[in-house]
Each structure stands twice: as structure tokens, then as C-alpha cells.
Design a protein around this ligand. Structure first.
Ligand code: PMP
Length: 401
């Protein structure tokens, strides 16, 4: 018997991405995959987490196994408020809400801020997981112009800003491009958004992973009354913990708490207490430099391989942090078709098109330099470079191809 049910219009509109299906193949061990957005498991501080877990069991097992407040475990909220009180701004613990990964923050913001047809400003391209999360609430995406320094604030017009519910920004080592917004652009962006009465959503899971130069002030620090900041423990501890957080102006914070209550009551007490024990003595300041060294080295290897194996017509950036490099191939190359050929050669990447809210650029792709160990980066990039060269040659002389 076939089950009978009527899907909501929202669910009917959901589609599963063709690329996700192709990428399932990349989990096979023989495939060198630059596709994943996963942190390197070599960075997971296993002994520290074991120690913290034992401590929680020894000192507060019952509380750790009990329900907790929707806003999150108070000592962890206080720790997050202290850590984010920098660049001249003081964050109060009452502004902090712990979320089940920062991905939940994206969903909750969609729930409380988007009506069908609401205008939401997004970067070009933007984080696919955010586009998916917001899409469930049926917004009208308005793509903001970007260049190698992120959002082009001069191109933001009063017309584009008018009536927007919020602008979704990734100023540090953006997913998918690896770009970082310089200080002046950040200041200009917050000024323009504030003047136009548009809330800024700052998604910042990669800010601490900088390999060159100083960390730049967050958008939050420039106007905490008009910015919602999202942070995550996924890239600095481990993503399996599913621990992220939101810092929001207090009026909005209350609504987000109500939405979270309906979603999952609260983020696991157990993970929150373990992470609090793991980080409270300054552990991250010892641990993050190790991640930076590893990823910084792997980034160098990938850039060097791009220089040696990719054709002159290809363009890419040299990221100063994060996990990703964005490659633009000549017009006419379709990286989704290229991916199928790449998988046959046991190498993978993510085609760029799905990261665009509108007008996708099929000749772009995203490479992650963190998950594949150093010794395999060289081989994988050699294979990929040869494929890209063959693809471009095929476009130039389609008959010969
Ligand atoms: N935002 C961005 C930009 C991301 O790249 C990711 C993870 N890939 C997330 C949010 C979600 O991260 P998490 O839920 O693990 O905190």
C-alpha cells in the first residue's frame, strides 16, 4: 500500500540538489575529494574532549543529563559574551543564545524574519546552506554585487536596501569563495545598512582561522544594536558537537528564544557543559594556532599546485584564512559536467552554480584545502589540472574534442 499524505506547499517546493547526489560518490576512499566542507579530523582535540567529558560526569552528571534552559547553559553564554567583547564593544550574556550548530541560527532567523516574498539581501555567491535554510520561508533574494574583497558597498543602492528584512553577510573567509572584507568596506556596509534600517546578519564560523594578518573587527563590534552575529564551535573544536551561538539585540533575542523553544527546547545540556569545560581555561588560544598552522600549510600547497597544474586562463584567489579557494574557469566551461569526468578520475570538487541565489556562473568551482591530507593534495590537483586543460581545449576546438 502506498502511504497517503498531502505535503505542505513548502515541502513540495523542496528539491534535492543533483550535485549532492553526485557528491555521495566522493565519499568512496579512492576519491581525492576537495568537495567537502568538513574540518580535518586531525584537528579534533580528542584527549581534551575526553578529559572534559570525564570532568562533566564526575562533577555534574545529573545536570548534564537533564533538560536545560532554551537560551543555553549560563556559564557558556557568559564565556561567549566575554570572548566576543572586543574591538570596543561589550556583549552581555543576555544577548547570547546557544544553538544546535550555527545552521540552526540560520533557520531560526528565517523563521522570525522572513514572510513569503520578503526581500533578503545575499552575497554573490553565498553559503548554500543559508540559501537552503532561508528558502523554506519563501523570500525574494536580492543578490548583492561582490568582488575579490567581498560585498561592493558602493554598488548598494537605496532601492536595493529599501524594505529588505536583512542582509546576510560572511565577512571572514567566505564560504564558498574564501574572500575577506577589508575594514573600510565593513564600516561602510554597517553604516549603509544602519542608515537604511536594514538588519545585518553576520555569519562567522571561519573568523578565527586566519593565516595571514590580524583579525579584523566584526560587523557586530561596529553596531551591536543592528547586527545579529553567528558563531560556531564546529571549525575550532569539532562539528559533531553541533554547537553554535547567536548574539542578537535583546528585542530580537526574545523572539529567537521562542522560535528555538518550538524547534528543539534547547541544545543538548551535555554538549554545552563539555564544551564549556573544554574551553573555559583558554584552551582555544592554544588549540586554534595549531589548526591555523596545518590549514595555512595546506592552503599554500594547494595554491602552489594551482600555479603549476592549472592553465593560465583559470583564475583563483589566495585566501588569507578559512577552508576554501574559489576558481573561475573560462566562459563556456560547465563545472557540473566537469565533475562527472573528475569523479571518473577519482577526484572531486563542488561546482559553483548552486551557491548563486540568481544568475549562476557555471564556470566556477569551490575547492577545500583542509580535508585532504597534504600528500594527496598534489596528486589530486595534478589530475584536476589535466582535466581542466582538456576541457578548455575541447571548448576551443569542439570538433577535435
Ligand atoms: N555558516 C557557514 C558559512 C558554514 O560554512 C557552515 C558550515 N559549513 C555553517 C554556517 C554551519 O555550521 P555549523 O552548523 O556546524 O555551526
Amino acid at each position: 500500500m502506498t502511504a497517503k499524505f498531502t505535503l505542505s506547499k513548502r515541502a513540495q517546493a523542496l528539491t534535492s540538489s543533483a550535485i549532492r547526489e553526485i557528491l555521495k560518490v566522493t565519499e568512496r576512499p579512492e576519491v581525492i575529494s576537495f568537495a567537502g566542507g568538513l574540518p580535518s579530523p586531525a584537528t579534533f582535540p580528542i584527549e581534551r574532549m575526553r578529559w572534559a567529558t570525564d570532568k562533566v560526569f564526575d562533577e555534574c552528571a545529573q545536570a548534564a543529563l537533564q533538560y536545560g534552559p532554551t537560551e543555553g547553559f549560563t556559564p557558556l553564554r557568559e564565556w561567549i559574551a566575554r570572548r566576543n567583547s572586543k574591538h570596543g564593544v561589550t556583549i552581555r550574556p543576555s544577548q547570547v543564545m546557544i544553538t544546535t550548530g550555527s545552521q540552526q541560527g540560520l533557520d531560526l532567523l528565517g523563521k522570525v524574519l522572513i514572510d513569503p516574498g520578503s526581500k533578503v539581501l545575499v552575497e554573490t555567491p553565498s553559503y548554500l546552506g543559508a540559501l537552503q535554510a532561508y528558502s523554506l520561508f519563501e523570500p525574494q533574494f536580492s543578490p548583492m554585487q561582490t568582488d575579490e574583497n567581498g560585498i561592493v558597498t558602493d554598488a548598494l543602492t537605496a532601492e536595493q536596501l529599501k524594505d529588505a528584512r536583512f542582509m546576510y553577510c560572511l565577512p571572514n573567509f567566505q564560504n564558498p569563495t574564501g574572500r575577506r572584507m577589508p575594514l573600510e568596506r565593513r564600516q561602510d556596509l554597517v553604516k549603509k545598512a544602519t542608515e537604511a534600517g536594514v538588519l545585518v546578519v553576520e555569519d562567522d564560523p571561519y573568523g578565527e582561522l586566519s593565516y595571514q594578518g590580524e583579525q579584523l573587527p566584526s560587523l557586530l563590534s561596529m553596531n551591536p544594536d543592528n547586527v545579529v552575529y553567528m558563531g560556531s564551535f564546529s571549525k575550532v573544536l569539532a562539528p559533531g558537537l553541533r554547537l553554535g551561538y547567536l548574539i542578537a539585540p535583546e528585542e530580537l533575542h526574545g523572539k529567537l528564544v521562542q522560535a528555538k523553544q518550538a524547534a528543539d527546547l534547547h541544545t543538548p545540556s551535555f554538549s554545552q557543559r563539555i564544551v564549556y569545560e573544554a574551553v573555559q581555561d583558554g584552551f582555544l588560544d592554544r588549540h586554534i594556532p595549531e589548526i591555523r598552522t596545518l590549514y595555512g600549510h595546506q592552503c599554500e600547497l594547494m595554491v602552489s599546485a594551482l600555479e603549476r597544474y592549472f592553465p593560465a586562463e583559470a583564475q583563483w584567489n589566495r585566501p588569507a584564512g578559512g577552508m576554501f579557494i574559489w576558481v573561475t574557469l573560462p566562459e563556456g566551461v560547465d563545472t557540473t559536467a566537469l565533475l562527472t569526468k573528475a569523479i571518473e578520475q577519482h577526484v572531486a570538487f563542488v561546482p559553483g552554480a548552486p551557491f548563486f541565489a540568481a544568475n549562476p556562473q557555471p564556470n566556477t568551482l569551490r575547492l577545500s584545502f583542509v580535508t585532504v591530507p597534504a600528500e594527496k593534495i598534489e596528486l589530486g590537483m595534478q589530475k584536476l589540472g589535466a582535466l581542466v586543460k582538456a576541457e578548455i581545449a575541447g571548448i576551443k576546438s569542439p570538433v577535435a574534442a
